[in-house]
Design a protein around this ligand. Sequence first.
Ligand SMILES: [Zn+2]
Length: 235
Amino acid sequence: MQRQGHIIILLGPPGAGKGTQADRLSSSLGIPSISTGEMLRQECRSNSAIGLQVKSLLDAGQLVKDELIQEVVALRLMQPDCAQGCIVDGFPRTAAQARFLDKFLAGSAFCPPIVFDLAIEPEILIHRLSSRRQCPTCARTFQVVNGASNRCPHDEAELVVRSDDQPAAIRRRLEVYAENTSEIVRFYQNRGYHKLDASQPVELISQKVLRALGAAAGSPGDFARPLAATHQLYA
Ligand SMILES: [Zn+2]
């Protein structure tokens, strides 16, 4: 069977910049970016039975059950646009999910995953998240600073604070994330695992990721295309 592309996994707590890097890599590599968070929020907006279940969990700052997320992710990875690989943002979040993904990939034509761990101090994170907003129309997220427009530059919708970006939900999420992280890192260590300092400039992190991917592919040229402009209001 023809081998398909790599699954690029972005690890890191909420606010570490996974979404920003996912967008940049998606433009740069020409492969889709899959956000489990966005897929689940889509369920919430549609008020499906799954969506209502998800909403109550997110509002309480809790994580959605493994089985549910795994089902959503597996279905997404089988879509034709992922055939040349994709970037996964927000999955796996537990060792059980990582094991599920391994099993799924082993039974598919995908290459082994390449993992980038965006590590950052909790204090920097809380500060970052307190200024994060989301567009209710196109679901892009932005950092909003004093004086910056509170409107989406793509569709003019007024940006809002996501319910799971409220401080209490953030703290609970960081606790859960910390509990799960060490096991996931152990799972991926020594096989395509790269740790990056997420407090560094966005551009620098992207460059490091692309260099590592070029090395992994054995053909840096494939990953050397210039980065497209991102939607961030500021980096
Ligand atoms: Zn928008």
